[in-house]
Design a protein around this ligand. Structure first.
Ligand SMILES: [Zn+2]
Length: 364
């Protein structure tokens, strides 16, 4: 399997994040991608490919231009405004209650402030998403990593893996959040829709709900989003990810959330995966974008599921058995000792699956 990877991810090198108001060691760290890369090389079944630059347009097809400009300029503004911090973390994030009673016209006049702290709140959501000097560079290359995996599949590969870092699925059209700056999976899905005219399914198996991906395609019928995740009543992102969120307008019925209880085990998880795969199988299209996370692992410090490595091999096998082409993009996973082996287990499960011939693009 071809695996897209670049050393540019190292530019995003936060040492701390803020959790419940206190600094803690960062979890979305440089070592994550290096560990997965090392495991892929040790396995021998993967060919590493450098990403190709794709420019801003595929990002702007999904994200607000203001978010792109904020991320591009945030660190130079921190320097210019002489803020002595090792990372930029918002402390004032607009709560919708602040604007209660405002007319549509008054809401339309709300504006991005000039002070960098206010800008960080305007485009942010939480305090666990530090911006450092190289964040923009790494986030742009993560998008290019995803888009290069798309290119490989459009050029005929049955599946390709993009080792994206930073991850993407919490980033909404106009919001960075939860270690995510650009939504790599959403940008990939949109690029596939535009290149093929087909419908695309996104399967999100990260421990957390992909609120950003859901938001971006909420009113879209041409991109089906299915997610298995910890119930948001107890875990981040807290405010979205419930089972009754099914999409609206053209997207009504094109959003499937499968929140799971604490200590979900392999059998619970694979049963929920089967529900998601059944729903995807009922939609047209030849390509599935997989948001792949390993914070579902039993030892992960952020998750509370009890999955074992065997579940990842089986999950990869079942996803590949759909017979669709797969653009597999890395999201979370924070237990460093297991991360590489878990990724290889999932990807080898998919690679070695006894699957039907991959669907012809455009024929579905
Ligand atoms: Zn996650």
């Amino acid at each position: 399997m071809k695996a897209v990877y670049t050393e540019h991810h190292r530019a995003h090198d936060p040492s701390q994040e803020v959790f419940l108001g206190a600094p803690i060691p960062a979890r979305e760290v440089v070592q994550r991608a290096g560990i997965i890369r090392g495991a892929l090389l040790a396995d021998g079944g993967f060919e590493l490919v450098e990403p190709v630059e794709h420019g801003e347009l595929p990002i702007l097809a999904v994200h607000d231009r203001g978010l792109l400009r904020f991320l591009e300029t945030a660190w130079s503004e921190v320097r210019r405004q002489a803020i002595g911090r090792q990372s930029l973390v918002p402390d004032s994030i607009p709560n919708p209650a602040m604007f209660e009673g405002l007319s549509e016209a008054a809401r339309a006049r709300l504006r991005e402030p000039v002070a960098i702290g206010g800008r960080a709140g305007w485009w942010g959501f939480d305090t666990s998403n530090p911006i450092v000097a190289g964040t923009y560079e790494a986030a742009r290359w993560a998008v290019d990593t995803a888009l290069t995996a798309v290119d490989l599949v459009l050029d005929g590969e049955a599946m390709a893996y993009g080792l994206c870092r930073p991850p993407g699925h919490h980033a909404a059209r106009a919001m960075a959040a939860g270690y995510c700056f650009f939504n790599n999976a959403a940008i990939a899905a949109e690029a596939i829709v535009r290149a093929t005219g087909e419908r695309v399914a996104i399967l999100d198996v990260d421990y957390h709900h992909g609120n950003g991906t859901q938001q971006i395609f909420w009113r879209r019928g041409d991109v089906f989003y299915a997610s298995l995740h910890g119930d948001p009543s107890r875990v981040y992102p807290y405010f979205l990810g419930y089972a009754d969120e099914i999409g609206e307008g053209d997207g009504a019925g094109a959003n499937l959330n499968l929140p799971l209880p604490p200590h979900a085990g392999d059998a619970d998880y694979l049963a929920a995966l089967d529900r998601a795969l059944e729903a995807i199988d009922a939609t047209p299209g030849s390509i599935v974008v997989v948001s792949l996370g390993f914070d579902t692992y039993r030892d992960d410090p952020l998750g509370d599921f009890d999955l074992t490595r065997a579940a990842y091999a089986e999950a990869g096998r079942r996803v590949a058995s759909l017979g669709r082409r797969l653009v597999i993009l890395q999201e979370g996973g924070y237990h460093l000792p297991s991360l590489g082996k878990n990724a290889v287990a999932w990807l080898n499960g998919a690679r070695e699956a006894d699957r039907p011939p991959a669907r012809t693009i455009g024929a579905a």
